[in-house]
Design a protein around this ligand. Structure first.
Ligand SMILES: *[C@@H]1O[C@H](CO)[C@@H](O)[C@H](O)[C@H]1NC(C)=O
Length: 480
């Protein structure tokens, strides 16, 4: 990460999840990929713009042409010193060029706003310029409603804004150096000739200047364009997703295709702050050199829920972290797995101070068949402590049993709990740190202990007469 990037992050903390999204394709005259022979026109060439097309084309240098067929409706934007001159035989020709060739400008109508491959995302304009781009799921690669959209200053363009929405909402739009943050101004611009050549298709754009005011994050809002987004993506690959090497690949919320790597879904409390947490992940983990080839996306998503996996229910907001890496073959996803595991133990140890209630990790790597692990940030007494506790309880239980010759709830506790979760296995899940607890929340836990259902557990544990057990750890401990 560049030295400036950290500062940019800090400055952005207030704007939860908003990014800059830059349109990639352009219709510049000098861009080789805009011409049928993948080369800017030679001196003396005959230039053809198909007459049925509409186009706005930026010309940045001088061209001598033999002839030019211009489009039915179009404009050339000339940079200073740029223009067209009649070709005179014998003047210098560019190397590798035959004079009297023809060059045809390629169709620019096919580029769709909703195509996730046609946008770069970054957290600042500096990052856009330096190519410090961010990874995101497909739905969020297309501009979200709180994003700033950038059409670069040195590029003409043509984009099809067809969509399901009444209007695609955006925070702001910059077009060739002019930034629109008020819808009145933008509506006015959209009536101009240039705008009509730049934007086409059944759809409209609306500038709202709206910021996400929810510190826990705002969902992108593109889910209902999902079908269009995915079909725009898949047109590049004959409507099939690229194959993956892992056995049980993952399908993150908002992504069109399966991936190998890891996802972490977080349940959060009202005091969660998405940008603060993003900062932590980036600076504590992602910037480590061992994660150089790893990419991470972090956003709030609405996960569709279903009852018993069949009946659809209302979707639930969660924080989704998607991690992929550049490993190949059987190594695919192993760095992502490592990072996800570090994030999970961080959730267990410090999650509470970031407002995280619990995390669920799913991994799919080239060398395993996929697995899912859950970790709770609210665990106060952890597995290793429980292990010791079980031994003590057994000891005390045996003594009491021998002395009193009657069964206590301790033996039930032992049967239900200690037998079910062997110490080593629990320890592997990363519940090692028994020290995690912050004073502010202790009150809440104690309160929970004596209220409602938990009060029963409190009494039950009292009957055991020996040890305090946090009822949050296992709800089954006391149900008899
Ligand atoms: C040239 O145009 C293509 C397609 O519009 C675009 O992907 C590419 O980034 C452009 N290249 C440059 C150097 O502008």
């Amino acid at each position: 990460m560049k030295p400036g990037a950290g500062l940019a992050f800090l400055l952005l903390i207030d704007v939860a999840g908003a990014l800059y999204k830059q349109w990639i394709p352009n219709t510049n005259f000098e861009n080789a990929s805009n011409w049928d022979n993948l080369r800017a026109p030679c001196n003396g060439a005959t230039i053809i713009f198909e007459n049925r097309k509409k186009l706005s084309v930026l010309v940045q240098s001088m061209h001598s042409v033999t002839g030019m067929y211009i489009p039915w409706d179009g404009e050339f934007i000339l940079a200073s010193g740029a223009g067209f001159a009649a070709y005179t035989a014998g003047s210098a020709s560019n190397p590798g060029c035959e004079t009297e060739s023809t060059s045809t400008f390629r169709d620019a109508d096919s580029y769709q706003w909703l195509d996730p491959t046609l946008w770069h995302a970054a957290s600042s304009t500096d990052d856009l310029e330096s190519g410090n781009y961010l990874f995101s799921v497909h739905e969020e690669s297309v501009p979200c409603r709180y994003d700033d959209v950038v059409f670069p200053a040195d590029a003409s363009f043509r984009v099809n804004i067809q969509s399901y929405s009444q209007a695609i909402e955006l925070k702001s739009v910059s077009i060739m150096g002019q930034k629109f943050t008020r819808d009145e101004d933008f509506v006015h611009y959209m009536q101009s000739n240039t705008a009509k050549l730049q934007f086409h298709g059944q759809g409209s754009l609306k500038v709202t200047n709206a910021k996400c005011n929810d510190k826990t994050g705002c969902a992108c809002g593109n889910s209902w364009e999902r079908e269009n987004i995915c079909s725009a993506l898949l047109q590049h690959s004959e409507n099939v997703c690229p194959g993956v090497v892992c056995m049980n690949p993952l399908r993150p919320v908002g992504h069109c295709c399966d991936i190998c790597g890891a996802t972490v879904s977080l349940e959060y409390a009202p005091d969660f702050e998405i940008e603060k947490y993003r900062n932590r992940l980036v600076h504590t983990f992602l910037s480590l050199s061992r994660y150089a080839g790893v990419q991470m996306a972090l956003s709030k998503v609405y996960k569709p829920q279903s009852l018993l996996g069949i009946i659809p229910r209302e979707s639930v907001a969660e924080i989704q972290i998607v991690i992929i890496d550049n490993k190949t073959a059987s190594e695919t996803g192993t760095s992502a797995e490592q990072l996800a595991s570090e994030i999970m133990s961080d959730v267990t140890n410090h999650g509470k101070s970031f407002g995280i209630v619990k995390g669920n990790m799913q991994i799919a790597t080239g060398n395993n068949s996929g697995k899912s692990i859950e970790s709770k940030a609210l665990v106060v007494i952890t597995a290793s402590v429980t292990g010791v506790l079980c031994l003590l309880l057994l000891l005390v239980g045996v003594i009491i049993f021998l002395l009193m010759k009657r069964k206590t709830s301790l033996t039930r506790f032992w049967k239900k709990h200690c037998d079910l979760e062997p110490f080593e296995e629990a320890a592997e899940k990363g519940f090692e740190n028994p020290m995690f607890d912050s004073p502010t929340n202790t009150t809440a836990d104690v309160h929970g202990l004596y209220s409602g259902e938990d009060a029963l557990k409190g009494i039950c544990l009292k009957e055991s007469g020996t040890y305090f057990i946090n009822p949050l750890y296992d709800e089954n401990e006391c149900s008899i």
